[in-house]
Design a protein around this ligand. Sequence first.
Ligand code: PGA
Ligand code: MG
Length: 218
Amino acid sequence: MSRVPVIFDLDGTLIDSAPDIHAASNAVLSEAGLHPLTLPQVRSFVGKGVPHLVECLLRASGEDPNGPRNSEIYDAFIARYEDAVTLTVTYPNVRETLDRLAALGHPLAICTNKPLAPTRAVLAHLGLLPLFQVVLGGDSLPVRKPDPAPLFRVLADLGAPRAVYVGDSEVDAATAQAAAMPFALFTEGYRKTPVEALPHDVAFSDFTDLPAIVERLA
Ligand SMILES: O=C(O)COP(=O)(O)O
Ligand SMILES: [Mg+2]
């Protein structure tokens, strides 16, 4: 029996990648003669893709976010991003839950604003890449989440009429709403808004609960 596909956001949902993004950001800032930023600062910049991250890094450094240093910082960050995998871990019970969903027959996919190359690199590093039938990155289409187009493209690539979407942030809640897709909010990621203030169908803090949630939302 074919089961409903589950589409996952990546950063702050399946993986805690902020320590790698923080380290790469500070390496780039240091090369540019700028001061390091804290982990919570950089974590709060994650979720809207690299162009947004770079603007936030510059703004936090007292520089013009869209000034002449933008492309220098952007290029330097992209050059480091594929190797920024060693500090990243999956959230508790993610691996077991993905295996369980796959064993139950749910097709699995990724829809992230992280560019495709570092997305594939970190999934491969963690041994998770073979689990996903479709992996869509922030540079895969001309638009990013919260535009619903990336979610619709993943659905089309899966050949599925519908899916359940799982994400951690304001961007994911808005994307699911724009796509009218059932949304499970993982509460332990990089969200800045209270859970009650984010549109969602179900909120969860432990991945062990996800297979039952998916059954319910499907
Ligand atoms: O901002 C990013 O680069 C990625 O974030 P996401 O995986 O939460 O979409
Ligand atoms: Mg996220």
